[in-house]
Design a protein around this ligand. Sequence first.
Ligand code: SDX
Length: 426
Amino acid sequence: MADKKARLTIDGIDEVFELPVYSGTMGPDVVDVRALTGKGLFTYDPGFVSTAACDSSITYIDGGKGVLLHGGYPIEQLAENSDYLETCYLLLNGELPTAEQKQTFVNTVKKHTMVHEQMNHFFNGFRRDAHPMSIMVGVVGALSAFYHDSLDIDDAHHREVCAYRLIAKMPTIAAMCYKYSIGQPFQYPRNDLDYADNFLQMMYGNPCEDYVTNPVLAKAMDKIFLLHADHEQNASTSTVRLAGSSGANPFACIASGIAALWGPAHGGANEAVLTMLNEIGDEANIEEFIVRAKDPDDSFRLMGFGHRVYRNFDPRAKVMKQTCDEVLAELGIENDPLLKIAKRLEQIALEDEYFVERKLYPNVDFYSGIILKAIGIPTNMFTVIFALSRTIGWISHWSEFHSSPNKIGRPRQLYTGPTQRDYPTK
Ligand code: SDX
């Protein structure tokens, strides 16, 4: 696999370490440093800024060029021509489905949208004002108490059944989190509706009247699901892979991904963007917040800006901005004050030397919150939507990990604590 070598010399050590260098189909070459442990050395990379933790064929990102590919297909083309469930099939199988394969996939997902009636009882332990992400992480974790018929993680069919169940049930659970928080009865899924329509009717339908979705909103919802589906080895996906490496229950692994996603530096940013825009309140206040964002002594960051990988526009943000304009125009709220603040904030930040120098551009979360708010999704449900969407990415990576022999993940450290010492004798 390696026809190239890296050579490492270290002061005080006579040996020249030859390390294999591997090339993927796209992206940077990697230096295989595993042999260094045998030489009494570790590599050091807090935050995994330059570490390839695995091989993967699911998603490719070029941060410098703002490129995102799923199975080789650019995200812009998938957003324009595909839909969320077709993209789920692509992420799971590595190829787009034929028309027949897609229909079978959609029908199979539809047969798994209900949750076990026992699941309803888990909600009652939560306060009604609990953050929906706290409910979701608990309830999805509780799925690990069910489905003992398909938990051989080395069986590809069992892994596929887990994927179907999760893709199908996450919208149901997400809507249940919302219904519970507002004291309304849970809405059952309906198999006569498409994925996004079904989610919206579970969110906004009720037993007293028929709910008819606005097709523009349903299309925007599906596009938001698609744009958030997967993103290589981000923090939550890496969490799922690491949890999966111990052989843990797949539903418990997804719960670990939900927990990691919740942070404001990651999937919690969409909620934080809306909070920030509301805090800014008026275009006249933007400058004050830009100053705070640039102040190293102020923990405030411009939420929805910056990215560990993208040093250019997040390609998803561009599609999201276009969808935002479409949705607000459809709803006749193109003059939404938050959108005006967001667009002015983006314009100022993109011209400011601090952001230009650090290559800080709007990311996927910058516009998604404005669309979700326009669709009527409450702010505290934004990251729940992100978790719903990203479940396919998590379970695809979890399945890829288990599809070939792999070791438990076990990083090491640079120890900076006390050297060995004896317990003081009395
Ligand atoms: C997601 O990994 C993924 O793929 C994630 C994701 C996915 O789909 O899974 O794309 C989803 O999580 C998108 C990111 C959402 N988070 C936010 O919008 C929160 C705001 N952004 C920042 O917290 C930050 O940009 C991160 C966390 C996203 C990235 O942080 P890094 O890579 O660790 O970069 P850094 O903190 O080292 O920042 C480099 C410099 C620093 O300044 P200096 O020390 O060089 O002076 O840029 C500054 C930072 O202070 N900086 C910001 C900033 N982001 C970075 N300054 C102000 N506002 C910001 N938003």
